[in-house]
Design a protein around this ligand. Structure first.
Ligand code: BTN
Length: 321
């Protein structure tokens, strides 16, 4: 795990003006030795940042790359929480699992994950500086058995954020934890819950959102998209992060008090599966049917061939062609 280094953000910003900078000039601007600058450049290259280097001229970054700004984000999130910024970590979920419980929500944002994980133990593509890798450790005043529908509520908070950024059409939630643009995945959530004493519980809520990714180097196996692809412009991740954290904390506070029922209508309006023929895959089997909606627990309701309506609490839904 590496903590966020403000000098790295400054180096990137210096190199992003489309002009070459040599080691001495960079060292002077950053008040570092030439060799310390060189080490930072090597580190960025290891993270996959394309730094052009020409002998006698120096270094330049041609792609657009602006790192998260901890000061701006912390200042503008006007909700009670602690935010930790990391340059690189195995996984933001794994990081938060190791820390002690606290009644204040703790958020971890990383610029890069070496072992980002998705549902069903899939890898989550986590290139440096492009997307959102956010985990939140949240304590609920509920027993673990009452956390039904949590992943749906988180998806709704993400959807609301994306709408506030200007994507109004073609944006959907897909049970239980995806946000899609048309049929391509924009964001996913991985939730891990832990029981605590006195009827409380803690969830580690990990959110991955494709923001400024234009190419996945063939690493994503699902149909995907990113905000930059949809909106056709480079996205300010600071602004996005402030809105995302605010929405998540507001949605979770309401969910903690009122449960999933309070969000059922919002879900129905944004859900892409209702009325569709779908196959559900889970650990044991694959069952096909027509989706009729979700119940009060956020379980997916499907009418099977026999006419029976069955509720599913987990699994992966695929729309039949
Ligand atoms: C999925 O749709 O499969 C869930 C993806 C969740 C990815 C996020 S990125 C931040 C957090 N850290 C992880 O390792 N995973 C989640």
């Amino acid at each position: 795990m590496r903590k966020f280094n403000p000098k790295l953000a400054k180096l990137i910003s210096l190199l992003s003006d489309n002009q070459f900078h040599d080691g001495d000039a960079l060292g002077e601007s950053l008040q570092m030795t030439r060799s310390a600058v060189w080490k930072m450049i090597k580190k960025l290259q290891q993270y996959g940042v394309a730094i052009e280097s020409v002998k006698g001229k120096g270094y330049v970054i041609r792609e657009q790359l602006t790192l998260l700004n901890p000061e701006i984000i912390s200042q503008h999130v006007q909700r009670e929480c602690e935010i930790r910024f990391l340059e690189s970590v195995s996984s933001t979920n794994a990081y938060l699992k190791k820390i002690l419980s606290s009644s204040t929500p703790i958020i971890c944002l990383a610029e890069h994950q070496t072992q980002g994980v998705g549902r069903f133990n899939r890898k989550w593509y986590s290139p440096f500086g492009r997307n959102i890798y956010l985990s939140l450790r949240y304590q609920f005043h509920k027993d673990i058995s009452e956390l039904a529908g949590l992943s749906l509520v988180v998806s709704l908070a993400i959807l609301q954020t994306i709408k506030q950024l200007g994507v109004q059409q073609g944006i959907w939630v897909k049970w239980p934890n995806d946000v899609l643009f048309e049929q391509a995945k924009l964001s996913g959530t991985l939730i891990e819950v832990q029981a605590e004493s006195h009827g409380t519980s803690t969830a580690i809520i990990g959110i991955g959102m494709n923001v400024n990714t234009l190419s996945d180097d063939n690493q994503i196996t699902q149909l995907w998209t990113s905000l930059q692809k949809i909106l056709g412009k480079y996205i300010d991740r600071n602004h996005l992060t402030i809105i995302l954290i605010t929405n998540i904390l507001d949605y979770l506070a309401r969910y903690d008090q009122q449960g999933f029922n309070a969000f059922k209508d919002e879900w129905s309006q944004a859900d892409c599966l209702t009325g569709k023929h779908v196959a559900i895959n889970n650990a044991h089997h694959r069952i096909a049917g027509k989706v009729t909606g979700v119940n009060d627990l956020g379980h997916l309701l499907m009418r099977l061939g026999t006419g029976e309506i069955k509720a599913f609490s987990s699994g992966e839904a695929t729309i039949a062609k």
